[in-house]
Design a protein around this ligand. Structure first.
Ligand code: HEC
Ligand SMILES: [Cu+2]
Length: 463
């Protein structure tokens, strides 16, 4: 109020004064006239952030859970817009109607409506019912999102058919996502009852372990058990469902389902340190036969030629065979240099090395000790993924050939491609590999798993 009175005081001063410097009211009028322009510029700036085919579009649901959220958001936005424009309209209307033209007189006050019971009831009741309506819709949506549907799905593992209740354990790490599949079920409650300071570090061996890419059968509700091995992350595939936090020491239930085969991008959405923005993931929904084929490939240990397989068998038996080719030299390098963090089933898996073996880098207790999370991506089927290092680099070029440059650069110095703090156990360290070592390691990595299809490579292209 004081400002209004001051304003009148100013305008009541002589005209010569007005001529010298513009009165506050004059400035105000100018500002008002510029308002539409400012609004237009502001909206243009905001809207320029919208893309027609944005990967992380929250308003393009592609599955029932995302649909549930969309069905909540739409009426909510509608109500908010209506309220917004009613308030904006009323405020503008009142301002314009009560505008004082010319000189301000003391009795220029608009009619006061204080004590109008009808009006006060109305502006209490309308928001109350509006909020109640939104509240009810929200409660139903939350109940819907947290209910689980029992859906047995047949998968074949080693020639044996198993009834899988589609479920994936999701583990956040600095800065990548791990997906673990247990086809004979994973009893979360029983697991949590066991006394583990950080349960995620004691997850039982899984049938399939992937990183960066979660493969699911389309049209099936997939239950997720989300946890973290280091700090808090948050898992989010916008087209399939909302966010759910990944908290160390806890296992949060969540679910998602894709209506149709497709590629759905996601991003860690809880700030988790240096490379948080480069902690991405993709969900690939496949039709039943593609999914069955994928399961078959992933449950078969790394595919090596007969000679290379014989060579690795000799290595694991403790013999000291001399490498006959680049792949074999690469296998030796990987066993020696990477086993402290990465597991490669059939190549360095600790199961086949006695605990008291001098070969102690393969001991379970020693894997990942130089990492805060205690684990790095499982490389057994590395070549079957189309992206690496938190879903940010393409493992294959658009023509389907290996993205050798990127992979070599990664091995040469990971931190140069993706910021990390390896000195503090976060991220992959620079191992000071020679170019020869890198060549051999890449030759071996290339044999780890079946290449993804050209479509997968094209659709998940990350850069
Ligand atoms: C001290 C632990 C450590 C060692 C030793 C290590 N790595 Fe890593 N590696 C990591 C971590 C952690 C990541 C995940 C980094 C990220 O995504 O930011 C990683 C990621 C990778 C990836 C990408 C995998 C994916 O699916 O995203 C490859 C490939 C890889 N490492 C290869 C190697 C090779 C080959 C060696 C041995 C020469 C090696 N690493 C040694 C910790 C290690
Ligand atoms: Cu994260």
């Amino acid at each position: 109020m004081t400002s209004v009175r001051n304003l009148s005081a100013v305008t009541k001063e002589g005209p010569e004064n007005l001529a010298e410097e513009p009165s506050p009211r004059h400035t105000r009028g100018m500002r008002l006239r510029r308002l539409p322009l400012a609004l237009a510029a502001g909206s243009a700036l905001l809207l320029s952030a919208c893309a027609g085919d944005a990967e992380l579009d929250t308003l393009e649901p592609r599955g029932p859970e995302a649909e549930t959220i969309d069905n909540l958001i739409d009426p909510l936005f509608l109500i908010s817009f209506v309220v917004f424009f009613i308030i904006l309209g009323l405020s503008a209307g009142v301002a314009i109607k009560n505008r004082v033209k010319g000189e301000y007189e003391d009795d220029d006050w608009p009619t006061q409506t204080h004590g109008n019971a009808k009006a006060e009831w109305a502006w209490t009741a309308v928001p109350f019912f509006g909020m109640a309506f939104i509240g009810v819709l929200t409660v139903f949506a939350v109940i819907d999102l947290n209910s689980e549907e029992a859906n047995a799905y047949a998968v074949e593992v080693d020639g044996e058919t198993m009834q899988w209740e589609p479920h994936v354990v999701v583990v956040g790490h600095q800065w990548w996502w791990e997906y673990r599949y247990y086809f004979d079920g994973f009893d979360v409650d029983a697991f949590l009852d066991e006394d583990h300071a950080n349960p995620a570090k004691h997850l039982p061996p899984a049938d399939i372990v992937t990183s960066g890419q979660m493969i699911i059968p389309a049209g099936q509700e997939i239950e997720l058990s989300i946890t973290s091995r280091d700090v808090i992350h948050s898992h989010w595939i916008p087209a399939l469902n909302g966010k759910r936090d990944a908290v160390p020491g806890r296992i949060h239930p969540w679910k998602l389902e894709a209506d149709a085969p497709g590629y759905y991008f996601g991003q860690c959405t809880e700030f988790c340190g240096l490379s948080h923005a480069r902690m991405r993931m993709q969900t690939i929904a496949m039709n039943d036969s593609d999914f069955a084929e994928w399961v078959d490939q992933q449950t078969t240990p790394a595919t090596l030629s007969d000679e290379d397989a014989a060579f690795i068998a000799a290595l694991r038996a403790g013999d000291n065979p001399s490498p006959a080719n680049s792949v074999q030299q690469g296998l030796v390098n990987i066993r020696q240099l990477c086993s402290a963090c990465h597991l490669v089933e059939g190549v360095n898996h600790f199961d086949d090395v006695p605990e008291d073996s001098v070969d102690n880098i393969y001991k379970e207790a020693n894997v990942g000790v130089s990492l805060r999370a205690g684990a790095a991506p499982n490389l057994t089927h590395f070549a079957s993924r189309s992206t690496f290092a938190g879903g940010i680099f393409n493992l294959y070029n658009e023509d389907g050939s290996l993205n050798r440059n990127k992979l070599e650069a990664w091995l040469r110095n990971p931190a140069a491609l993706k910021a990390n703090d390896a000195d503090n156990l976060q991220g992959m360290p620079n191992l000071g590999l020679s170019e020869d070592q890198i060549d051999d390691i890449v030759a071996a990595l290339e044999t780890f798993g079946t290449r993804p299809s050209a479509t997968v490579i094209a659709e998940t292209f990350a850069e």
